[in-house]
Design a binder for this molecule. Sequence first.
Ligand SMILES: NC(=O)c1ccc[n+]([C@@H]2O[C@H](COP(=O)([O-])OP(=O)(O)OC[C@H]3O[C@@H](n4cnc5c(N)ncnc54)[C@H](OP(=O)(O)O)[C@@H]3O)[C@@H](O)[C@H]2O)c1
Ligand SMILES: *[C@@H]1O[C@H](CO)[C@@H](O)[C@H](O)[C@H]1NC(C)=O
Length: 332
Amino acid sequence: MILNIIPCSTLLYWIVAIISGGAILVLVGLRLYVFYTLGICKSKAQMDGKTIIITGCTSGIGKETARDLAKRGARIIMACRNPDIANQLKDEIVKESNNANITVRKLDLSSLQSIRKFAQQINQEESKLDVLIHNAGTAETFRKKVTEDGLEQTMATNYFGPFLLTHLLIDLLKRSKPSRIIVVASELYRLACLNLDNINPMSTLPAYVYYVSKYADIVFTLELARRLEGSGVTANCLHPGMIDSGIWRNVPAPLSWGLKLIVKMFFKTPEQGAQTTIYLAVSDELNKISGRYFMDCAEHRLSNAVKDPAKGKKLWELSEPLVKLQSSDPKI
Ligand SMILES: NC(=O)c1ccc[n+]([C@@H]2O[C@H](COP(=O)([O-])OP(=O)(O)OC[C@H]3O[C@@H](n4cnc5c(N)ncnc54)[C@H](OP(=O)(O)O)[C@@H]3O)[C@@H](O)[C@H]2O)c1
Ligand SMILES: *[C@@H]1O[C@H](CO)[C@@H](O)[C@H](O)[C@H]1NC(C)=O
């Protein structure tokens, strides 16, 4: 018997070695998989003469999106809730890109009043808007929050805010056609469903509401594309990949410890994570493409549930009163 020949301690040693060797191989394989499936925006298109709004670009992929688009010569409007941090970043980007045409405007997407103020200023000051990038997003794990408007905080920031802002800027976008609206959603929408009897879910676990908000983002984008057909304004959404960004900052310990390890080992850098947004903003081949979902700079399938036009119409109609859309506001 083999057990009689090899001492027990040596056998144990081999078992441990084989298991850890296998685990390391799996991890390296996963890492290589992540690396080789990365979508990189290959377009060299310049954006001189284009005006682009990017929301939430003080951190993560928004920051890298702003940096890249500034280098392509666009006028960048950084729509951020913390103007001090945004202005510091702006100085850095101006220096790095040699593009002085970058402006910071205050926007807190969890406040309907802030959104109106921001949009009013843009409509007054800007003669055109070529690309509107809804990038800002927030996620909580357990902590429940309600905004001053009575909206659930994550839904307000990730979905209701962009819904209202799109309305308030739509005339400028239409006048600037061909123009583009880009919504940063998430593949994690697959973990959620949208309860149309309660689109402002106050008592649901906030971590789950994040998935719901991304689900709503996709339903919204598809409905927006249907409503904008023939207008010269396109609307597309995307999953940026899993990224080592600030979005995980609200995960409490000890959950955050394990997460940190995974994030550092397997997730994309913010620069890699920004590629699909950049691709949707600059790529010539997407001029007429609307109502689609992208991942790693390529079109991707959506679930049938999220594509249901009846759901899109219903969500839209339910959202209008929640964001206090006025009869004097533009209709889409
Ligand atoms: N990271 C991922 O793995 C991942 C995966 C799928 C989708 N996404 C999506 O990617 C987008 C960008 O996120 P990120 O990963 O780059 O995270 P991030 O580093 O946390 O950046 C989020 C940005 O949104 C801003 N923001 C948050 N709440 C806001 C508000 N009320 N008003 C205005 N701006 C606000 C933040 O500003 P402050 O700095 O002031 O907080 C920050 O600039 C989000 O829509 C997110 O849902 C991320
Ligand atoms: C800033 O950008 C806008 C839009 O791209 C352009 O029309 C304008 O000429 C630029 N201004 C300067 C000073 O470069």
